[in-house]
Design a binder for this molecule. Sequence first.
Ligand code: FES
Length: 172
Amino acid sequence: METSRRDLMGLAIGGLGVIGALGVLYPIVKTLAPSAASLAGALVEVDVNSIPEGQVRVVSWKGKPVFVVKLPQGLQWGGKAKEEKNSKLLQGQNAFALVAVCTHLGCVPLWKPQGEAEFNYPVFHCPCHGGFYSPWGDVVAGPPPRALHIPPQAIRDGKLLIGEPGFIKELT
Ligand code: FES
């Protein structure tokens, strides 16, 4: 009788110890484990304050090159896009991401902040077949059938979070 009561007390104390240990370990493991999004490379964080105005940084997102564009303050862009879809979607944002894959045949366009050819204002130039895009990725000239793709993105604490729905929804 004495032995079984002691066994029962021992089991109860042991069980409480296990529960306590799980309570301590769970938040630690949860904090250390990368999210499913970051494991898949689906969330990329870029410090936009480290990009000089008027410059573009190329990062990788889901295995694709992505431009992170930092527009100059008060940019008066002198060009005319065939369609102004992206510039409307990105209105009011001075830093944003565009998938750096030409919508014609998939080359990576080049950022020309001083302009190129007959365009004397900032453009993306795809030299493969002479495609030109505005800083927002809208088609200005050449064979690209549509604007550069805009990935989902959000801005938080000066960081652009590519892959997180925010100020723009992913378009198909
Ligand atoms: S791949 Fe860009 S213009 Fe053809």
